[in-house]
Design a protein around this ligand. Structure first.
Ligand code: NAP
Ligand code: MG
Length: 491
């Protein structure tokens, strides 16, 4: 390992240069072309259309993906309905559980393969796909498999019954994990599924389809249809779907809510966020700085619950910002397949454009700082970790979701002031509080209008814990016992 002791501008941090340590791609198998997974088989799209999926770290095409038309979606819904009527709703719950356990175990066994594909297709650092995305996806299948034959205990005297066919549409920031969040509870409760992954990250969902086929699930219990927004809309508008589970932007969430108004479709919407990460003066500063870094730069800031608004109590503002900048200097951006990489590639050129647009706006609103770390110049999509100080509530970079590694900082004097500022947003997905005092944690978490609140940590997930939003961050909960109810008829 080559070590370069170059002092950064703050003199209390040393920059380390590591030899490259790329994860091997030898063990993965990718095809040139992927079809739709309908009725337990891989079938060609009716209109014969395909679109490319690219590696955002190189800008190069990985494979062609089938584009599902309305007719293909119709075929998938029919397959899901038949599977529901013929097999899945009739199968004893403990048998259903066995299939879900099998998916969980197979996913665990093939974790490395899934992690590498997730990183190649979506741009996230391999460290994250290996230690967060894939293990958590498997954990969701394990967790919900356990509930499948215990629904009467989960909802005593409420006679839980499945809804039928669930239509599920997911985003690109946690492709396999979002698929697991959706598919695992749906199957455990006895529903069948038609799922659409995001256009830029279909590969791990299609790999999951291969795994599901291998696991021997009855044909049609899970159907995966790939495509763009129109494919998602065809699912949402399909008359024979009983439940819509959507994770994505607030804008599309609103379109979906309008589309299903007046129908008897049930819905869960997990939408955008603009979380407040609040550092009080009695917090352990070094720990909080790590939490800030993890809160906003983790996964290139492509996290709905990212701590994108930082509130620091005035008396510790200088030291927090100083330490934060020093830590930002040590972050490594680059090849997402390299095990040393902290920040991978931005998911798409479109998303990079959006982030750059907001950075430009931010420069007119507040003081700008970015890490001086080098970024590759290879046709991939890259963005340095960015910080705006002296921001105020009215700034667009404070109000609007950027979905990139861009942090907006404000200071505050009192707890009342920060609670008011933190809650002054259309969103309400998550928040963080850093303090030494348990009493302040209880006081603040009960007043913050957010679905998930972390205390002295950030961006931690667990299948047993419900997740979901307030206000324009959506409604319904996924995860935990709460995540079962939206897939059930209850008396
Ligand atoms: P998006 O544009 O809303 O897309 C989400 C999914 O919906 C994609 O599969 C998309 O297909 C599809 N879609 C697009 N238009 C549609 C329509 N009219 N009807 C039905 N489906 C449609 O969001 P995104 O940019 O992929 O993801 C980022 C957003 O997701 C952020 O706002 C983030 O906060 C949110 N998010 C929320 C959570 C949460 O749990 N609350 C978790 C993760 C992400 P295409 O891929 O072809 O566009
Ligand atoms: Mg891709």
């Amino acid at each position: 390992m080559a070590i370069k002791t170059k002092e950064n501008h703050l003199k209390f941090n040393t920059k380390w240069e590591y030899a490259s340590a790329p994860e091997s791609k030898d063990h993965i198998e990718l095809k040139d072309q992927y079809e739709l997974f309908i009725g337990g088989e891989f079938v060609k799209p009716k209109k014969g259309k395909y679109f490319p999926t690219i590696n955002p770290a190189t800008g190069k095409k990985i494979a062609s993906i089938a584009e599902a038309s309305q007719e293909d979606v119709d075929k998938a819904v029919k397959a899901a309905r038949t599977a529901y009527d013929k097999y899945w709703s009739k199968m004893p719950a403990k048998e259903r559980a066995k299939y879900i356990y099998r998916i969980a175990r197979m996913l665990q066994e093939r974790a490395r393969e899934f992690a590498v594909i997730e990183t190649m297709d979506g741009g996230k650092a391999i460290r994250e796909s290996k230690s967060v995305d894939i293990p958590l996806a498997a954990a969701h299948f394990f967790y919900y498999a356990g509930w499948a034959d215990k629904l009467d205990y989960a909802f005593p005297n409420r006679n839980p019954k499945p809804l039928g066919v669930a239509g599920q549409v997911i985003p690109w920031n946690f492709p396999l994990l979002m698929a697991a969040w959706k598919i695992a509870p749906a199957l455990a409760t006895g529903n069948t599924v038609v799922l659409k992954p995001a256009e830029t990250t279909s590969l791990t969902a299609l790999k999951l389809a291969e795994l599901i086929q291998e696991a021997g699930l009855p044909p049609g219990v899970v159907n995966i249809v790939t495509g763009a927004g129109a494919t998602g809309a065809a699912i949402v508008n399909h008359p024979d779907i009983n439940k819509i589970a959507f994770t994505g932007s607030t804008n599309v969430g609103k379109i979906i809510q309008k589309a299903i108004a007046g129908t008897d479709k049930k819905a869960t919407l997990e939408l955008g966020g603009k979380a407040a990460n609040i550092i009080l003066e009695d917090a352990t500063i070094d720990q909080a700085v790590e939490g800030i870094i993890n809160g906003i730069y983790f996964n290139q800031g492509h996290v709905c619950c990212a701590g994108s608004r930082l509130f620091v109590q005035e008396s510790v503002e200088d030291i927090v910002i100083k330490k934060l900048k020093a830590r930002m200097e040590t972050l490594i951006i680059g090849d997402p397949l390299d095990k040393n990489t902290d920040i991978g590639a931005i998911n798409s050129s479109e998303q990079l454009k959006t982030i750059k647009k907001y950075i430009k706006i931010g420069k007119t609103e507040a003081d700008f700082y970015e890490s001086s770390c080098p970024i590759p110049s290879n046709g991939g999509f890259w963005c340095k970790p960015t910080l705006f100080t002296n921001t105020s509530q009215s700034h667009r970079i404070v109000q609007e979701e950027i979905f990139g590694p861009v942090l907006a900082v404000q200071s505050f004097r009192t707890i009342e002031e920060v609670l008011e500022k933190a809650n002054n947003t259309y969103y309400g997905l998550s928040a963080g509080v850093w303090t030494d005092k348990g009493s302040k944690i209880f006081r603040m978490t009960s007043k913050l209008r957010a679905g998930v609140i972390w205390a002295n940590t950030y961006n931690k997930f667990d299948p047993t814990s419900p997740f979901g939003g307030f206000k324009e961050s959506g409604f319904g909960r996924e995860g935990g016992l709460h995540g079962l109810a939206p897939y059930l008829k209850l008396n």
